[in-house]
Ligand binder design. Structure first.
Ligand code: NDP
Ligand code: GDR
Length: 337
């Protein structure tokens, strides 16, 4: 039975990856940091099927112990401060966790299990300013956010450990990927949650920043398969993973609102608070290397993805309303306690 250690297992990608590896018969270990309220929302389905190991990316000793305890064949380093907009108000935390702590994880593997295969979650945000369209593995990086700068460090330190120590270390340069498990602050989920709340009468408007931004959006469930494929090759390498299509935030809005018979122009309010100090205007990836060498391909289309997210948010918001309506008065709540 193969063994895998996943950092960031409570996040969007970590939870899908853990399910995927469990289905493949892996013994899965998930790194969990101490928080005042444990976050299992995404990891609910796998909560009792994986082994939890305690650790924080900022604490090297805890990572060495996590690697020692899990004795992994494969390590997926998905943990990060992953929200680009938060990287301006918190540049040091972002640099610490998203950049420097990749070295902590690489060191933990080098010290405790040097022959384990290592995956680093690199990002299309490293391309930033448009120097080439579409972007591929050889496109120069020009990050436009403290997050993007941090990811460039994480990317190159992974390449460096591969070249310096002969470690099997890969970087997946993944373009945006979304799902019903996406954090609510990211634009796609903010929109689909907003659509559900507006349709069900809980919200009157949706405030957004730059709706002309262009992104290459895929489905997270497809992208985690590429992570696994990268670690099954004879030689470690870096790969771009994308859909090779770009869509504007506006197009996402049009598609999401039209699924419930509404026009986004009646609800969207532009709000400068959500405009970033510097923007990545156009992302579109060329993933021909991954298609050819890994045999990877996207399965869920843009409109299927938007539909899936809107449908799931409507279901969830409806369930919240029913739950709330069931608890109508303080006396009734009192009777339950
Ligand atoms: P999420 O934000 O959903 O998840 C981030 C995870 O990192 C959470 O499990 C979080 O734990 C964990 N984490 C954060 N800080 C620490 C820390 N100090 N120690 C241990 N764990 C920590 O991200 P995604 O699932 O969307 O993305 C996964 C990775 O892929 C990230 O590195 C992201 O930057 C990268 N990426 C994502 C893309 C996307 O479109 N989704 C595209 C390209 C790259 P907790 O629950 O405790 O907060
Ligand atoms: P991104 O994702 O920055 O690409 O990073 P996000 O969904 O946050 O932004 C996408 C685009 O939408 C524009 N936008 C808004 N964004 C948010 N969050 N909120 C708004 O109200 C809003 N209005 C407009 C943004 O300006 C931007 O252009 C994601 C993360 O998952 C990273 O971790 C990952 O590395 C990259 O994708 C690839």
């Amino acid at each position: 039975m193969k063994r895998a250690l996943i950092t960031g297992v409570t996040g969007q990608d970590g939870s899908y990856l853990a399910e995927f590896l469990l289905e493949k018969g892996y013994k899965v270990f998930g790194l969990r940091r101490r928080t005042s309220t444990p976050n299992y929302e995404n990891a609910m389905k796998i909560r009792d099927r994986i082994e939890w190991v305690s650790g924080d990316l900022t604490d090297l000793a805890s990572l060495i112990e996590a690697v020692r305890l899990s004795d992994p064949d494969e390590v997926y380093n998905l943990a990060a401060q992953s929200y680009v907009a938060a990287s301006w108000p918190q540049p040091i935390t972002t640099g610490h966790i998203t950049a420097l702590c990749v070295t902590n994880m690489l060191e933990a593997v080098r010290i405790a299990k040097p022959d384990a295969r290592f995956y680093q979650a690199s990002s299309s945000e490293m391309f930033g300013k448009v120097l080439e369209v579409p972007q591929k593995e050889t496109t120069p990086f020009y990050p436009r956010s403290p997050y993007g700068v941090a990811k460039v460090y994480g990317h190159w330190i992974t390449v460096n450990y591969r070249e310096s120590f002969g470690m099997y270390a890969c970087s997946g340069i993944l373009f945006n990927h979304e799902s019903p498990r996406r954090g609510l602050e990211f634009v796609t989920r903010k929109i689909t949650d907003g659509v559900a709340r507006i349709k069900l009468g809980l919200q009157a408007e949706l405030r957004l920043g730059n709706i002309d931004a262009l992104r290459d959006w895929g489905y997270a469930g497809d992208y985690i398969k590429a992570m696994w494929l990268m670690l099954q090759q004879e030689e470690p390498d870096d790969y771009v993973i994308s859909t090779e299509e770009t869509h504007s935030v506006k197009e996402f809005l049009e598609t999401a609102f039209s699924f419930v018979g509404l026009d986004y122009r009646d609800y969207v309010v532009l709000d400068s608070r959500f405009v970033r100090p510097a923007e990545v205007d156009l992302l579109i990836g060329d993933c021909s290397k991954a298609k050819q060498k890994l045999g990877w391909k996207q399965e869920v289309s843009f409109s299927e993805l938007v539909h899936m997210m809107v449908a799931e948010d409507i279901k969830r918001v409806r369930a919240e309303i029913s739950y709330h309506n069931a608890l109508t008065s303080d006396e009734e709540i009192g009777q339950l306690i």
